[in-house]
Design a protein around this ligand. Structure first.
Ligand SMILES: *[C@@H]1O[C@H](CO)[C@@H](O)[C@H](O)[C@H]1NC(C)=O
Ligand SMILES: *[C@@H]1O[C@H](CO)[C@@H](O)[C@H](O)[C@H]1NC(C)=O
Ligand SMILES: *[C@@H]1O[C@H](CO)[C@@H](O)[C@H](O)[C@H]1NC(C)=O
Ligand SMILES: *[C@@H]1O[C@H](CO)[C@@H](O)[C@H](O)[C@H]1NC(C)=O
Length: 449
């Protein structure tokens, strides 16, 4: 049995703010370098991206990529689109897929010049050093995650944050963690330029790419009523068809709408989607069933989850009736599994219907297009809408379907490939999103669910 005195000693040693009465809590908090504001707040993602094993073609260009090492003696500068504002933030760096240690030498954050995404210039007076449990450096073991110390750094909702990482020794492998579908330009140079107001760019073809490396989440310290909406999705949520450096993916446009209303302004969006991702099979990123532990359940402050995925399962399965029937059975079972597991954390799960992907007969560049796959899409959407598995339904399919040919995207919403919406289509998803679901599920899910 552990005595009360021992517990007291233990709490004293770790500097916990857990106290028997509120009166005493200021004593413990004052030991911290930073005073949480608000005092009763919690951490949530104000930004996140899905960590993936980087495909060879998505590694940085040479000479920042060598055989057996990446980013040796390199400073990497990246810009991230915050969702909610906060007075304090902290950073997470992921080595989830790296097969060697990721030895981070120095990290800083700043606001970018002109508050603009995708550039390497910063507002020099805003630079702040980022530390990890009091140290400037941290060696993140393979498979692991690092969280920074809290930073007194005010961010506004929908603003851009610049994160700069210097890796003196690089990572000695070509298997590293990234999020290729950033749709945002990142920059690098040799040497330590963590605090530089601009990187030294002599060749943008080798010193930049539209990928994010290592950055995994920015957490915001927010009031207890604030929480995040986590999106589990594929390229349509990752923003294929949106504009580079414009942050006009449908989740960004939904965020802009949520920010306009006091009823939804406290909801952050964590976009855990990746192009090509599937529910049932690995490929571009791990299958959704495998990754929800890391990408949903391990994130703090998740208040809602939305599942909008399955098109790549349907589209890559053989178009025979038997294969599609088997896929339907497995996919709907997987939806049930995912919802059951997320419900165990008290989090409601919304289901989005799969948007049309058929193309007219004279357009052959849409490989998913097939009548048997369309039949599966219709059946899966009926399941999402009618089986009662999801806590609410977000009917993206009906928002984007062509009125006369519902198996196809409406031409005004299509990016041109009959699969990914363009920005007008993404705006429509944001405009028609049933935002009442947030109030309806404010209290989470409980009981036998
Ligand atoms: C990076 O180097 C690895 C190992 O030599 C190679 O397989 C990969 O294609 C390279 N990628 C780029 C983008 O240069
Ligand atoms: C910031 O905006 C000003 C005014 O439009 C422009 O002249 C300048 O080049 C911009 N700076 C960067 C780094 O983009
Ligand atoms: C790192 O790069 C800088 C800038 O090119 C260079 O001056 C320095 O010598 C390099 N350091 C090492 C250890 O290679
Ligand atoms: C396909 O046919 C439609 C209707 O006849 C036409 O408007 C369109 O331009 C054609 N597309 C291609 C790729 O040939």
């Amino acid at each position: 049995m552990i005595s009360g005195r021992f517990l007291l000693l233990l709490f004293g040693l770790v500097g916990s703010i857990r106290c028997d009465d509120v009166e005493n809590s200021h004593v413990d908090i004052s030991r911290r370098a930073i005073r949480p504001n608000p005092l009763n707040g919690h951490w949530i993602d104000t930004w996140a991206s899905m960590p993936q094993l980087t495909e060879p073609a998505n590694l940085p260009p040479a000479p920042f990529n060598q055989t057996g090492a990446v980013f040796v003696n390199s400073t990497i500068r990246q810009t991230l689109h915050m969702s909610v504002g906060a007075n304090q933030i902290r950073l997470k760096i992921s080595n989830a897929f790296g097969v060697t240690n990721l030895p981070i030498t120095a990290v800083s954050i700043a606001l970018p010049a002109n508050d603009t995404a995708g550039i390497h210039q910063i507002q020099a007076k805003t630079v702040q050093k980022v530390t990890f449990s009091g140290q400037d450096s941290i060696s993140i073991p393979n498979g692991a995650l690092a969280v920074s110390d809290p930073l007194d750094f005010k961010i506004k909702a929908q603003s851009i944050l610049t994160v700069t990482i210097y890796v003196k020794d690089g990572q000695t492998t070509n298997s590293i963690t990234s999020h290729p579908g950033s749709r945002t330009t990142s920059w690098w140079q040799f040497g330590n330029a963590a605090d530089a107001s601009a990187l030294t760019i002599t060749d943008s073809s080798t010193q930049s790419a539209a990928h994010w490396y290592f950055v995994s989440a920015v957490e915001a310290w927010v009031p207890p009523s604030s929480g995040s909406l986590v999106l589990i999705g594929d390229s349509i949520t990752d923003g294929r068809g949106s504009d580079p450096n414009q942050n006009n993916r449908w989740p960004d446009l939904l965020l802009a709408r949520l920010q306009q209303s006091p009823a939804t302004r406290h909801i952050a969006i964590a976009n855990l989607a990746a192009g090509g991702n599937r529910v049932l099979a690995d490929g571009l990123g791990p299958n959704a069933l495998a990754r929800i532990d890391r990408d949903v359940l391990a994130h703090p402050g998740v208040k809602y989850a939305l599942l909008f995925e399955g098109v790549n399962d349907i589209g890559t399965a053989d178009p025979s009736r038997a294969a599609q029937d088997a896929l339907y059975a497995s996919l709907t079972q997987a939806y049930r599994q995912i919802v059951t597991r997320i419900h165990a954390a008290g989090i409601p799960v919304f289901g989005a219907t799969i948007t049309p992907f058929s193309a007219p007969a004279n357009f052959t560049a849409q490989p998913y297009s097939h009548p048997e796959r369309e039949r599966t899409r219709v059946r899966v959407n009926a399941f999402i809408k009618e089986a009662g598995v999801f806590d609410a339904v977000v009917d993206f399919a009906s928002m984007l379907a062509d009125e006369s040919v519902p198996s196809q995207l409406g031409s005004e919403w299509d990016s041109g490939d009959y699969l990914h919406p363009g920005v007008r289509g993404y705006q429509r998803l944001a405009d028609l999103f049933p935002v009442g679901v947030f109030g309806a599920w404010e209290g989470g899910v409980g009981g036998w669910v």
